[in-house]
Ligand binder design. Sequence first.
Ligand code: ZN
Length: 179
Amino acid sequence: MPSWQAAFSLGCYIARAMIKNPDRRLFLGLLGTSAVAGVCLLAAGRGTAAAFEIRYSPAEWRRRLGQERYHILREAGTERPFTSALLKEKRKGVFTCAGCSLPLFSSAAKYDSGTGWPSFWKALPNAVTHSSTPSLAMFGIEEHCRRCGGHLGHVFDDGPPPTGKRHCINGLSLSFRPA
Ligand SMILES: [Zn+2]
């Protein structure tokens, strides 16, 4: 859940409490305003770390992933091109998130983009989320795992039919499960 939605939910919760206890309305109203403002500030400061279904501390992620995968998935790193063993993976199966095992891409959507990173023309349904900085749009839209928020890579508009999308994904963000 994005952080602004968390703030919104808290706001709704406080509004409900105010309706149930009208005599405490003023007090709760002041408290609510401060709380929502506080949550917004907190959320802005913490980025999206708290917004995903699967969450661990940085130390726990580092322990689970190892340094290389940690750098890509949790620090939005980029692996060197042509280094991933998954580039040559041609078997049928599913590419899952290396952070939380959520199925992300089917082998049926994999293609050789020539870029040196595993590439797909579509993601599985309800598998990924996106974020972008408008001024950096030329560098693609950042793609994350929907469940753990792990950084996967970027999506570009120069992919093949039928979608025209190129999901340019770090191999270290993925694990392969043969069908
Ligand atoms: Zn994940």
